[in-house]
Design a protein around this ligand. Structure first.
Ligand SMILES: Cc1cc2nc3c(=O)[nH]c(=O)nc-3n(C[C@H](O)[C@H](O)[C@H](O)COP(=O)(O)O)c2cc1C
Length: 219
């Protein structure tokens, strides 16, 4: 596929993406009290909206508060005030090869809808590429590429021997960067994986206690 990343794409429903770069889903774990979106999430999505990606996909939004993927998830349930959700919707819409790229190309050959791939993206092989970790490091990476800057987002790969703990630390690094952007600052190029993991675990304990209280209050 030779289409420029910055060529618009008309979707089957008539909508148009201004370019082929999508921000992939990332569970933010940044809900305010009551599992509602608030200032932190607005700032994060504002940064991505201004950063030039043609499509923003939110992290998990769970419609049943008993089934969250993390204690800081947002939950629109019956009786939930909708205004905070409307406000967050106002934000505008590599070292490894993408995992299933050749498979995705086979799907694209027979599919009538545009195909998007995600995961370790470093080349465009189908209609849309979706990036997660890179846009947590550098939310304006698409804009920089569009402006001709030859920049790569730093890859946060933790090479510890215990792969399970290393995976947790890698996620903790990404989530730390999301919190920095949500606080209105620019993430640094590197952080300590161990310290990031510790603060992520402590934060999860705190959010879990708040979530339990919220669940109990709902009966
Ligand atoms: C912190 C974090 C949270 C994620 N949360 C979600 C999620 O809520 N839903 C989902 O479908 N994928 C989620 N993913 C997977 C990403 O959308 C993406 O497929 C994956 O990270 C590979 O892309 P990357 O190599 O550009 O990071 C998450 C990834 C990260 C790093």
């Amino acid at each position: 596929m030779t289409t420029s990343l910055f060529a618009p794409l008309t979707l089957p429903n008539g909508g148009t993406l201004p370019n082929r770069i999508a921000k992939a889903a990332m569970e933010e774990n940044l809900a305010d009290a009551g599992q509602l979106p608030g200032a932190a999430l607005w700032r994060l999505y504002e940064a991505w909206g201004a950063g030039g990606a043609g499509l923003l996909i939110t992290g998990n939004v769970m419609i049943d508060g008993r089934a969250l993927t993390g204690p800081g998830g947002v939950v629109p349930e019956r009786g939930t005030p909708l205004e905070p959700f409307r406000r967050s919707a106002d934000g505008r819409t590599l070292a490894r090869e993408a995992y299933f790229l050749s498979f995705a190309q086979e799907i694209a050959a027979v599919s009538r809808m545009p195909v998007m791939t995600t995961g370790g993206i470093r080349r465009q092989a189908v209609a849309v590429v979706a990036m997660a970790s890179a846009l947590a490091c550098m939310p304006d990476l698409p804009k920089r590429w569009r402006d001709g800057q030859a920049v790569d987002a730093p890859l946060a790969v933790v090479g510890w021997r215990d792969k399970a703990v290393a995976g947790l630390a890698t996620m903790a690094l990404v989530k730390r960067r999301l919190r920095v952007i949500a606080a209105g600052r620019r993430p640094r190029r590197s952080y300590s994986p161990l310290y990031s993991l510790v603060i992520d675990q402590l934060r999860t304990c705190k959010l879990t206690a708040r979530y339990r209280q919220w669940r109990q209050a709902r009966g």
